[in-house]
Structure formats: structure tokens, C-alpha cells
Design a protein around this ligand. Structure first.
Ligand code: NDP
Length: 243
């Protein structure tokens, strides 16, 4: 992947930070967005630069389409192009669906669905042959083993149709579009020592959480030469939870 530029939304922590660092290790210059964790974002930038790659952190609330477009434009202006877009920023609204407010409904749709759409629109004119769009969905988009996640599952499952349709639109230009569906991954969003972690572990075939680095390895494969003919695909990386 030498000489390529990647943008990872929500790259200040967790899965996004692991993806950003892995793509940098594979030879990409990497930009990240974040919502509020400026200090953590700066640390990720330092780590990428320590790998000898160029890096950029942009504060951009994924709920705001103008901020998403602005982040893509900033990456193109500062890093000289864009080859790999990773739609990763996400939240985990949890609770009975009757209690979801309209504001929360709109905000989650904006972060998980609208931002992925708008980022791809902004990135499209810049993507060249070999370009990649990779979204981070969830295994909960395909199976729902417990209640309280109607909003989360609904917004993540929208990425499935989006991915297949965009693969058809961008395929003629040699650009691939895929969605990676993680299962329980040890991050601030879903710590492996949380109250319900034992239950989540019991749902997996492998009997454990995965690490953000393990998830990042699949994204790196899709972004690299091995991903050339994988498009319109949904890849479960969930330790066998949905098996
Ligand atoms: P974390 O909560 O650990 O990190 C979330 C990241 O997204 C942070 O960088 C955060 O920025 C950023 N972010 C959140 N909201 C916004 C926003 N409105 N605008 C811009 N950036 C934002 O989450 P994970 O790393 O666990 O999750 C990453 C993705 O993986 C999400 O899409 C999630 O749904 C998905 N996923 C996670 C699973 C898990 O078990 N962990 C399982 C399945 C899917 P900041 O630091 O500034 O707050």
C-alpha cells in the first residue's frame, strides 16, 4: 500500500485507532477524524509519524454532514489525495426502543448512515483505480441475540444495502466497497471486563472477545492487494458469534 492516503473516521480510540495504525504500518499516510478526544487523536498522529508516515487529525462530528465533507476536503488538501476511506465512527445507543427520542434517532442515523454516504460522495471524485471504501458495521446488523438494540441494529444494517449498491456504482472505476461486521471487540465502547462481557463471550464460538488489532487486520487485507476483487461483500469478524 506504499504511497497511498487513507482516512479513518473516529480514529482517536478503539477500532479506528487500530485501523489507522495498521494502515500506516502497511505504508499509508493516514488521516483520522474524532469528535472530542483531541489529546488521544494527537497521540495517534504521533504514533503514525513515528512510523515514518504523514498523519493528520481533523475534529469533525460525523453527525454533521458539512463537517464530514470538510474532513474529506482537508485530507485531500493536506495529504495530496485519498485512496482508502474507512467509515468507522460510531456510537452504541442501548435501551428499549420506546424510549429512543427523535433526537437520538436522528443523531444515530446521521453518524452511522448519513456520514458514510456523504463521506463517500465527497471522496468519490478523488478516488482512483484501486480505491477502497470500507465501512465498519456490526454483526448485530445480521443477527440480534438480545433486546435493546433496535436503533443500533437498524442503522448498522443500512450499511449492507449501501455497500452492495455502491459496489455496483464504483466497480467500473476499479474501486471496491465493503462492510466489515465486528463482533465483541475490547474497546471503550464494549470493554471485555464490562458487566455483560461474560454473556457476550458465551455467544462466541471462540469463547473470547477480539482485539481491535485483530479487526484491523481484516481491514488492512481489504485495503491492500488481497482485496482487489472483494467488493460488495459483508465480512463477519466476530469470533463466531453469528455462526
Ligand atoms: P469507541 O467508543 O471505543 O471509539 C469510537 C470512536 O468513534 C472514537 O474515536 C470517537 O471519537 C469516534 N466517534 C464517536 N462518535 C463520533 C462522532 N459523532 N463524530 C466523529 N467521531 C466520533 O468505539 P469502537 O472502537 O468500539 O467502535 C468503532 C466502530 O466499530 C463503531 O462504528 C462501532 O459501532 C463498531 N463496532 C464495535 C464493536 C465493539 O464490540 N467494540 C462491535 C461491532 C461494531 P472521540 O474519541 O473523539 O469520542
Amino acid at each position: 500500500m506504499i504511497g497511498r492516503v487513507a482516512l479513518v473516521t473516529g480514529g482517536s480510540r478503539g477500532i479506528g485507532a487500530a485501523i489507522a495504525l495498521r494502515l500506516a504500518r502497511d505504508g499509508a499516510d493516514v488521516a483520522i477524524t474524532y469528535q472530542s478526544a483531541a489529546g488521544l487523536a494527537a497521540q495517534v498522529v504521533e504514533e503514525i509519524e513515528a512510523l515514518g508516515r504523514r498523519a493528520l487529525a481533523v475534529r469533525a462530528d460525523s453527525a454533521d454532514p458539512d463537517a464530514v465533507r470538510g474532513a474529506v476536503d482537508a485530507v485531500v488538501a493536506e495529504l495530496g489525495g485519498l485512496d482508502v476511506l474507512v467509515n468507522n465512527a460510531g456510537v452504541f445507543p442501548y435501551g428499549p426502543f420506546e424510549e429512543v427520542s427523535l433526537d437520538e434517532l436522528d443523531r444515530t442515523l446521521s453518524i452511522h448512515v448519513k456520514a458514510a454516504f456523504v463521506a463517500a460522495q465527497a471522496a468519490s471524485p478523488h478516488l482512483r483505480e484501486g480505491g477502497r471504501i470500507i465501512s465498519i458495521g456490526s454483526n448485530l446488523a445480521e443477527r440480534v441475540p438480545f433486546p435493546g438494540i433496535a436503533l443500533y441494529a437498524m442503522t448498522k444494517s443500512a450499511l449492507l444495502g449501501y455497500t452492495r449498491a455502491l459496489a455496483r456504482e464504483l466497480g467500473p472505476r476499479g474501486i471496491t466497497v465493503n462492510v466489515v461486521q465486528p463482533g465483541s471487540t475490547d474497546t471503550d465502547m464494549n470493554p471485555a471486563d464490562a458487566d455483560d462481557a461474560a454473556h457476550q463471550r458465551s455467544l462466541t464460538a471462540l469463547g473470547r472477545y477480539q482485539t481491535p488489532d485483530e479487526l484491523a487486520a481484516t481491514v488492512a487485507h481489504l485495503a491492500g492487494p488481497g482485496g482487489r476483487t472483494i467488493t460488495g461483500a459483508s465480512l463477519l469478524v466476530d469470533a463466531g458469534t453469528n455462526a
